[in-house]
Design a protein around this ligand. Structure first.
Ligand code: ZN
Length: 214
């Protein structure tokens, strides 16, 4: 079964401010299809004719067991692995859709919109609320994340999701991005690093040639 990909929006205050949104306390949840996933070191092919594609570097949590209506206190038991990933976003398109009150799928759920790094098994030794990570593009530091700064902690996110969905093994949660999001160009190299998680790296390619059917 394909994994379900849950994504949390607006989970770091500085990123909310850089996009000009109010900090209204809602937990923003959206989903991406499994066709968004790109394995580490595989080419990431992005749209080139629909405005800026922003990188959003995020901690990704993999669920290891069924979980329904779990309290935050018990939620970490559902985590079995962590990774670093990118929530790629067609920002101009997202802003247009948001202004019109339309759903975000066209901006967030396109093919290759969720590159996913290698998993590091999680056994409770690394505190989920003290993980730092970086995003570099062509060697230049773009984003620095620290899960201490999350508005909704990983246990709270799992608890909230588990009230709407019975979480199941393999489900993925992209937990939101810190400040520093910016546009990617074909030819860019994106690198995600953390002292406690496996690194990930992708080369960005542009999608332009029309594809044939079949
Ligand atoms: Zn995101």
């Amino acid at each position: 079964m394909d994994p379900r990909i849950f994504c949390i929006g607006r989970n770091y205050a500085e990123h909310i401010r850089e996009l000009g949104h109010p900090e209204d306390g809602d937990c923003v949840v959206f989903m991406k299809p499994a066709s968004c996933l790109v394995a580490p070191d595989q080419p990431v092919v992005i749209p080139t004719d629909r405005g800026a594609v922003h990188h959003e570097a995020e901690l990704v949590v993999r669920i290891g067991c069924e979980a329904s209506h779990v309290d935050p206190d018990a939620a970490t038991a559902a985590v079995d692995a962590l990774a670093l990933g990118l929530d790629l976003t067609l920002r101009d398109e997202q802003n247009r859709l948001r202004k019109d009150g339309k759903p975000w799928e066209l901006a967030k759920a396109f093919d290759h919109a969720a590159p996913l790094g290698p998993f590091t098994p999680w056994n409770g030794e690394v505190p989920l609320n003290a993980i730092t990570f970086t995003c570099r593009v062509n060697g230049e530091l773009r984003q620095q994340g620290d899960t201490r700064q999350m508005i909704f902690s990983v246990p709270r996110i799992i608890s909230i999701l588990s009230r709407t969905w019975r979480l199941r093994p393999g489900d993925l949660i992209y937990t939101g991005t810190p400040a520093g999001v910016a546009a990617l160009q074909p030819g860019d190299i994106v690198e995600l690093d953390s002292s406690v998680l496996q690194s990930a790296r992708w080369a960005i390619h542009g999608y332009d040639a029309p594809q044939k059917l079949g």
